[in-house]
Design a protein. Structure first.
Length: 566
């Protein structure tokens, strides 16, 4: 997968979301002025920073009205962003339309989103208790009030206690004991059975109780659109035939009037996006690779905006019973044969100073807590070949065999040139040690629901859109329960790792939590659950007249101010 469309990080979300497009090659180019002029593509570090690049303008400088045209790589399989079938494209779409408790600035510093909550307070630690006071003006799109019952229904649905709810993640919610009425219907008192370190990220993208109160409602009610929402925008049109979703101003919105009149998302093949932007058919797209960045930089009326953002590309291994890579020792050998530095150099050379692989599953380079835990899979093809011999995979011609079975690995990915280039480098790496890699590409529609989720792969390349709450990825992706795999696409884990993850996310001391998280990360590397490749440097090509929108970095988008300069 790859980053979604233009960079609209839904920073309220506390979990990690998969995305179809590739971030590994996204460039750090700074833009040149308004449109054409030189191919001055500047490079820099891909580390997460404390700035963003969105063409900030005061409300008086932004015109009222207009349609912001954006692209997604596949039509959403569901409009429930907490469902296992969701992806980053959908999360971007619905984030304009749903409540959440917090916002973050470019440095990742959190504050309460007072459009939706008047106050959020940690009132006790034993037991841990949070009091949420809902803005008394906040209503759903049918005019009904947002109440404590909506929080209770979401907490119950996402708790993981009833596996008929096909949830993408349970972290945090699985630790909630009760959600009770507070002083009135506009106050929820949340009490935890176990401590939860990242409680501030709960109730992001809050859905109405009607969408959460039964498994059938959760799985199907919002399958083809949102029946109720409560953001500054609502979905006004879902056209599967035209592969288009239109958002309009919410007539029940109680806050300041948004500058934009509408937002239109169109499903578009990644290779067609730049032409669509240059032809004034889109207003913002992600750009990756030096040639694409140069082309966008030199296009009249287009500016390439840059702010490093929390996305990373990786390789997921399929370790399910019966799969060719079920043996963790074989996964180690395969991983050691892959030259991650070579991949990152090939894809980011010229757009990142000193391109380096990402060496942590949980923290991004530049985030507090980041350290290199990847020694167990350090590139060493000679060692990889020796390990394969010891495991009984013997060379027979160009390809190794064991018990009459060739060591052939199917690598599935989104149909995009950069993903294929990455796979071709791995193909050459693995051929050197007698492993045959077969490259299989798929369009965005159905890649996960029809290929990856059912386990129809040996390795898979896609990206994770991460969060300002990095620990949230641990129970969602790296813990493993065969009865409820959540986003553990490769079905790889261990009871020991599960226990360590529980310990980590229960730790309220931030420094101790970092220490435990890195211990878990080393275990994830040892299991070769997955192999991180690189993080996104975050280039977004935007039409010059677009204001308060672009490369957000760690900041929450302000949907009220996004628009076009007067």
């Amino acid at each position: 997968m790859r980053p979604l469309t233009p960079t609209r990080n839904y920073r309220r979300q506390a979990r990690t979301v998969l995305v179809r497009a590739l971030t590994v090659g996204t460039a750090l180019a700074l833009l040149v002025g308004c449109g054409s002029g030189g191919n001055d593509v500047k490079s820099g570090s891909s580390a997460i920073g404390s700035t963003n690049d969105i063409n900030p303008r005061e409300p008086s400088e932004v015109r009222d009205g207009g349609n912001l045209r954006l692209a997604i790589t596949g039509f959403p399989a569901t409009f429930n962003s907490h469902h296992v079938d969701t992806d980053g494209d959908l999360n971007d779409v619905v984030d304009w339309t749903l409540p959440g408790p917090i916002t973050s600035n470019a440095a990742g510093e959190l504050s309460i989103d007072h459009n939706f909550f008047a106050d959020i307070a940690l009132t006790e630690t034993n037991p841990q208790r949070i009091v949420y006071t809902i803005n008394p003006k906040a209503v759903w799109s049918d005019g009904s009030p947002i109440t404590w019952e909506d929080l209770r229904a979401q907490a119950q649905a996402l708790s993981g206690r009833n596996t008929e709810y096909r949830v993408a993640a349970t972290q945090g919610y699985s630790r909630v004991a009760t959600v009770e009425r507070g002083a009135d219907d506009r106050q929820a008192v949340v009490t935890f059975a176990q401590h939860y370190a990242e409680w501030r990220g709960l109730f992001s993208q809050l859905y109405p109780k009607e969408s959460m109160e039964t498994p059938q409602a959760f799985n199907e009610r919002d399958r083809n659109g949102l029946t109720k929402s409560a953001g500054p925008f609502v979905i006004t049109s879902v056209d599967r035939a035209q592969q288009r979703i239109v958002l309009g101003r919410n007539p029940k919105w109680w806050g300041d009037t948004p500058k934009l009149e509408t937002v239109t998302y169109s499903v578009l093949d990644y290779s067609a996006r730049l032409n669509a932007l240059q032809n004034n058919e889109l207003d913002a797209i992600d750009v990756s690779g030096i040639e694409e960045v140069k082309s966008a930089t030199n296009s009249p009326g287009i500016i390439v905006r840059r702010a490093s953002r929390p996305y990373n590309s990786h390789i997921t291994f399929n370790g399910a019973p019966g799969s060719i890579l079920a043996d963790p020792r074989l996964r180690v050998a395969i991983a050691k044969a892959i030259d991650r530095q070579g991949i990152v150099t090939a894809l980011q050379n010229g757009i990142v100073e000193n391109p380096v692989p990402l060496n942590n599953h949980i923290y991004l380079n530049g985030q507090k807590g980041y350290q290199d835990n990847s020694a167990v899979i350090a590139y060493n093809p000679d060692e990889a070949a020796r390990m394969l011999d010891e495991l009984g995979w013997k060379l027979n011609g160009d390809v190794r065999e064991k018990d009459g079975r060739q060591l052939v690995i199917r690598d599935v990915m989104f149909q995009q040139d950069t993903w294929v280039q990455m796979a071709q480098i791995m193909q050459q790496n693995l051929a050197r040690v007698g492993v045959k890699l077969v490259i299989e590409t798929y369009p965005g529609n159905g890649l996960f629901t029809e290929v990856i989720d059912p386990g129809n792969f040996d390795i898979a390349q896609f990206s994770w859109q991460r969060s300002i709450f990095p620990l949230g990825a641990l129970p969602q992706i790296y813990a493993y329960d065969p009865a409820n795999p959540l986003s553990n696409k490769g079905r790889i884990g261990s009871p020991e790792l599960n226990d360590l993850i529980e310990q980590t996310i229960s730790e309220l001391d931030p420094e101790r939590a970092i220490e435990l998280a890195n211990k878990a990360d080393r275990m994830i590397f040892e299991l070769v659950h997955s192999v991180p490749i690189a993080q996104s440097a975050g280039n977004v090509a935007v039409r010059a007249e677009v204001a308060n929108f672009g490369a957000f970095g760690l900041a929450s988008p302000n949907y009220l101010l996004a628009g076009f300069v007067k």
